[in-house]
Write a protein that binds this ligand. Structure first.
Ligand SMILES: Nc1ncnc2c1ncn2[C@@H]1O[C@H](COP(=O)(O)OP(=O)(O)O)[C@@H](O)[C@H]1O
Ligand SMILES: [Mg+2]
Length: 273
């Protein structure tokens, strides 16, 4: 199966802080891959290295076989790497529709410079095509009823969903989700989990997800990687990772504390083709 992303020996330091130390892993195209670990373990840092927001101190990243280590975030977005943020980053005064439209700016050939030629060039046709795509995503995420609403007026759960819509609008092949369910109630989490599974299965997007809710992670992930103090301490199918004594010690704090009984964890799944 084709490799979507390969991270090779990535280390990241901020002054004296070692955020990441020699982290390596590979993600297959079509996989739903989760990253877990305690607060400060380096989860957001590794996602920032993938998106290009952070430049690794050491190591390399390959996307679809191509070395992207030196590329800017915009260049990576153009190659099909999309993301959402741990903290919401929406334009609160803008409508849901316009927030999602913003996600397509990488795909806009005509910008404000050609705006004066709007009716003469292909700009109008292009905009219609963008609108159609955006509406498709809004339908997919069941945001029709709030499409004209100001983003800032929506519930937290809905705002997280709008953020996902905006990331999807880029039509990424690889989507990075940093705690997409943080702060959500049970119902909102269930909905979000279903959308993530669907965008993986129906849209065929490869997913890298950081998530704290172990139940959700174990339910929907094909594979899980565990970071602790900036190092990878485990990687594998959810059941195996959950049963790993290192993980239980690091992640659960106490050796004998049980969050989810491994016997209750879903059986190891074949990752999607
Ligand atoms: N921009 C930054 N400047 C300084 N230190 C940072 C920065 N980003 C992350 N760190 C540090 O790197 C470590 C890992 O952080 P982070 O990747 O955010 O962890 P996680 O997402 O797993 O909670 C922490 O010690 C954090 O304080
Ligand atoms: Mg984080």
């Amino acid at each position: 199966m084709a490799t979507s992303l390969e991270v090779r020996g990535v280390s990241l330091r901020f002054g004296g802080v070692r955020a990441l130390t020699d982290v390596g892993f590979a993600i297959r195209a079509g996989e739903l891959f989760s990253i877990i670990g305690p607060n400060g373990a380096g989860k957001t840092s590794i996602v920032n290295c993938i998106s290009g927001r952070y430049k690794p101190t050491e190591g390399q990243l390959f996307y679809q076989g191509r070395d992207i280590t030196g590329l800017t975030p915009n260049a990576r977005a153009s190659l099909g790497i999309g993301r959402t943020f741990q903290n919401l980053a929406l334009f609160h005064h803008m409508s849901v529709l316009d927030n999602v439209m913003v996600g397509r700016h990488h795909l806009l050939k005509n910008n404000f410079l050609t705006g004066s030629l709007y009716w003469l060039t292909g700009a109008r046709k292009e905009e219609l095509e963008h609108r159609r795509k955006v509406e498709e995503i809004i339908d997919f995420l069941d945001l029709q009823s709030v499409r004209k609403a100001q983003a800032g007026t929506l519930s937290y759960g809905l705002r997280k969903r709008v953020e996902l819509a905006r990331a999807m609008a880029l039509e990424p092949r690889l989507i990075l989700l940093d705690e997409p369910m943080a702060g959500m109630n049970f119902e909102e989490k269930e909905d979000m989990a279903r959308y993530i599974v669907d965008l993986n299965e129906e849209f065929g997007m490869t997913v890298v997800m950081i998530e704290h809710d172990m139940g959700v992670v174990m339910d929907i992930s094909h594979r899980v990687m565990v970071l602790d103090f900036g190092r990878k301490i485990a990687e594998g199918d959810p059941a195996a990772v959950l049963a790993d004594p290192h993980v239980r010690r690091a992640y659960l704090g106490e050796e004998d504390e049980v969050l989810v009984d491994p016997d209750d964890a879903p059986p190891a799944q074949e990752s999607a083709a």
